[in-house]
Design a protein around this ligand. Structure first.
Ligand SMILES: Nc1ncnc2c1ncn2[C@@H]1O[C@H](COP(=O)(O)OP(=O)(O)OP(=O)(O)O)[C@@H](O)[C@H]1O
Ligand SMILES: [Mg+2]
Length: 622
């Protein structure tokens, strides 16, 4: 099976202009992270650069001085002591600089990684829910997270190394200049061939990385299926473990084979380039040796020139590597820039309104229709509805008719595709989004069981009340959770979930009661509960619904989505959604009298209920 995302296969090379842009972007990132460390690192590296040439030069002096002393038949140690002394000092100096550079490097890369990972999370947090429902977003996020945060520091390191090799190269050229420049020409030619071949490889490697991201995500998913607590039971019961493991292994083999192709190519090209430069070097050294044989060069000169030529060849190779690595790091950095290009789709106007603290007219939906991004069929069609302050509204309907979707529109997690939703007569789009969301307290159908303490699980409903133990306890009493919380080993302080140490696991219904308490904690003018009792026992459920009206504060709008018709009958109005439209609306009695979908479903459920009790009779139906 091919899990690659085709859209990533295009557009992966980079113009010189883009390359320079990426370079600038990387340097700006580093500069913003820490100008001090950046400058210090550059200075220290530059300081190290000429030391190789100096070392070689003083080696030549030592040899020349020995030869001269030998010819003069003098045995004075001082002629070699001073150049050796300078070499020792140079070595000590370089070593100290190298150690310092290592420390600075770690500081700078830590700060950069901290900064970038935070920026990525911050950006993800800015984006609206719809992004999290597309593979394109997840691929981009994965690309940004996996490599990009280490690449700017790579660029700096490579850039510094590049400067270093260039300075080294220049100092070596300065030596060679006194002898023969033709040598340089030969060395540079070899470098150019190597550059062209390597840069192509760098682009290919980058493309393979990008193509593989969807596969990497799929691999992570199989790995999650095989290693997480949530999936452990089902995987064992259905015997899916081996099946998923094999899928994981197949994908991993295919992925590694693709990566190995790059490595093989690199080895082949390395072999070819290495052979070319070795042959060139051999030729140059033979030529210098010939000069020495003819007495044109001293032994010191010969030693120096051989060392300089080899160092020059190394420095050129490093320069080529540096440019190619920077080029490649630039490509990777582009992934990071791509990710930051995602802009939220939900906008507030430049001068957003502040939502009312209490509602006077309530919520109004005017001909609201909605199509999920990328889909063609509308989920909701022409929904027109007004909800008064203090009203308890129930929404019922078959699976997949759009009840949860309606909730998402009301809370502005999505905007309607057409029509408007008004709060006290003002379009939701005109409000500040964060302030608007504070007006809702929502219990989602797929609520989150937080691996945190009981107190935190409830407190997350209103961060301002996280430390308000009394408010948290009251919310727990209202949701019915208080009774079981008291029996937990550390009461409200009990750590939940078995993934972290000292955790305690709750039952499905207990988690649901906690989620309900979380929704009840927030003192918002609108509370929406999506299937709040689906995991509760009939007695807990019935108790909850009997109290429901008392749970609502004065003037608070309550919207409850449920499949259990017996539980919603006490609502002020019941909305029946069918095929994305409002089919029926009214009080329980009205809808029963209407004899439509609601009445039918109500009777079916009631019949089932009483049949299960074994004493079904029409008269006793609630
Ligand atoms: N993020 C999404 N992207 C695309 N389609 C979606 C998305 N979420 C839901 N849908 C589709 O929208 C339709 C309505 O889904 P919704 O979750 O609103 O149904 P529901 O009435 O809440 O159902 P249930 O009673 O099962 O909770 C479904 O057909 C579903 O496939
Ligand atoms: Mg739903």
């Amino acid at each position: 099976m091919n899990y690659q995302d085709e859209s990533t296969k295009a557009n992966q090379s980079m113009s010189l202009w883009q390359f320079l842009q990426n370079l600038r972007y990387a340097l700006r990132l580093l500069w913003q992270t820490s100008p001090r460390y950046t400058i210090a690192l550059i200075l220290i590296t530059v300081l190290q650069s000429p030391t190789l040439a100096l070392q070689l030069w003083f080696t030549k002096i030592v040899i020349d001085n020995i030869v001269a002393a030998d010819q003069a038949q003098s045995v004075q140690l001082t002629v070699v002591l001073w150049p050796i002394g300078i070499m020792v000092v140079l070595y000590l100096f370089t070593n100290a600089l190298q150690q310092l550079a290592l420390v600075l490097n770690k500081h700078l890369s830590d700060r950069l990684t901290e900064r970038l990972s935070d920026a990525i999370l911050q950006h993800a947090n800015r984006l609206d829910t719809s992004f999290f429902e597309t593979p394109h977003f997840h691929n981009s996020l994965q690309r940004a997270q996996r490599e990009s945060s280490t690449r700017p520091i790579d660029i700096l390191q490579q850039l510094i190394a590049l400067c270093q090799s260039i300075v080294t190269l220049l100092s070596l050229i300065a030596i060679l200049l006194q002898y023969n420049l033709l040598v340089m020409g030969a060395l540079i030619l070899a470098a150019l061939i190597s550059f062209v071949s390597q840069s192509r490889l760098a682009v290919w490697e980058f493309m393979v990385f990008n193509w593989q991201i969807p596969t990497v995500r799929r691999l992570n998913y199989f790995s999650y299926l095989l290693t997480s607590k949530e999936t452990a039971n089902e995987v064992r019961i259905y015997g899916l473990g081996e099946y998923f493991r094999k899928k994981h292994q197949e994908l991993l083999y295919a992925q590694n084979a693709e990566k190995r192709q790059v490595v093989h190519q690199r080895a082949l090209r390395g072999l070819l380039m290495g052979s070319i430069s070795t042959l060139i070097l051999g030729g140059i050294v033979t030529w210098f040796a010939n000069e020495a044989l003819h007495g044109t060069l001293s032994i010191g000169d010969l030693t120096l020139l051989i060392a300089v030529t080899i160092s020059c060849s190394n420095a050129i190779a490093e320069t080529v590597n540096g440019v190619v690595s920077i080029y490649q790091a630039g490509l990777f950095l582009h992934n990071l820039e791509d990710f930051f290009m995602f802009e939220p789709r939900l906008h507030a106007p430049a001068d957003p309104k502040i939502p009312p603290s209490s509602l006077h007219q309530g919520l109004t939906l005017e001909k609201v229709s909605f199509i999920y991004p990328g889909q063609s069929n509308p989920v909701l069609k022409d929904i027109t509805l007004s909800i008064q302050p203090g009203e308890l509204l129930a929404i019922v309907g078959e699976n997949g008719v759009g009840k949860t979707t309606l909730l998402k529109l009301l809370t502005r997690l999505y905007d309607p595709s057409s029509g408007r939703i008004l709060m006290d007569g003002i379009d939701l789009k005109e409000f500040d989004i964060t302030l608007l969301r504070q007006k809702f307290s929502v219990m989602f159908q797929d609520f989150v069981p937080y691996m945190a303490t009981v107190e935190e699980n409830i407190g997350y409903g209103d961060l301002a009340s996280l430390d308000d133990k009394e408010a948290i306890r009251v919310a727990a009493v209202r949701s019915g959770a208080d009774a079981f919380i008291r029996t937990l080993p550390h009461g409200y302080q009990t750590m939940l979930g078995l993934v972290f140490s000292n955790g305690f696991e709750l039952s499905g219904g207990q988690w649901q009661m906690l989620a309900l308490a979380r929704a009840l904690l927030r003192n918002a003018p609108i509370i929406i509960l999506d299937e709040p009792t689906s995991a509760l026992s009939p007695s807990a459920e019935s108790k909850f619904f009997q109290n429901l009206r008392h749970l609502l504060a004065k003037g608070q709008i309550g919207i409850i989505i449920s499949h259990r018709f017996s539980t919603v009958r006490h609502a002020d109005r019941i909305v029946v959604i069918e095929h994305g439209r409002i089919q029926e609306i009214g009080r329980h009695e009205d809808l029963m009298a209407l004899g439509g979908f609601y009445a039918r479903m109500y009777k079916v459920q009631a019949a089932d209920y009483f049949a299960s009790l074994g004493n079904f009779s029409d008269k006793e139906m609630p």
